[in-house]
Design a protein around this ligand. Sequence first.
Ligand code: S3P
Length: 166
Amino acid sequence: MSGPLVVLVGPMGVGKSTVGELLAARLGTTYRDTDADVVAEAGKPIAEIFYDEGEDHFRALERRAVAAAVTGHTGVLSLGGGAVLDGTTRELLAGRPVVYLSMDVEEAVRRVGLGAARPLLAVNPRRQWRELMDARRHLYEEVARAVVATDDRTPEEVAQAIIDAL
Ligand code: S3P
């Protein structure tokens, strides 16, 4: 099956972009991020897509961006934190080298905080984070070939753990 060497999934703020870029450099390949693809396609930041057109519209753009990248990109690929909510996306990921980067709630709140660029966490980050993870944890686990915990690891250590896991 051609496609990405590694697909990173996991919640926002877990370090998919930082680790993905590092990993791509170490593997001598390119890095791609479906959030960036959506922003390029829409011509505006993700927070503005949410506020102007709503989450459903964002998810439709995301589904298209993920399908294009999973079938067309051969390097390291990161998916937006909510991409796994989509059943078609989960089917597309079956059999691919998907790694779930995990972190616990307190670590998430510390890393992501109240960032306005992350509209899903704008009101009560700790409670919203719990709800988000309760709804998604099993979806990340369903699509993943390996789980790598990031809590006590540097990005370099996470990149190495991914290489070891695959
Ligand atoms: C989202 C995660 C974000 C971005 C959007 C929605 C989510 O991506 O796609 O804000 O639903 O968890 P990152 O995980 O890259 O921050």
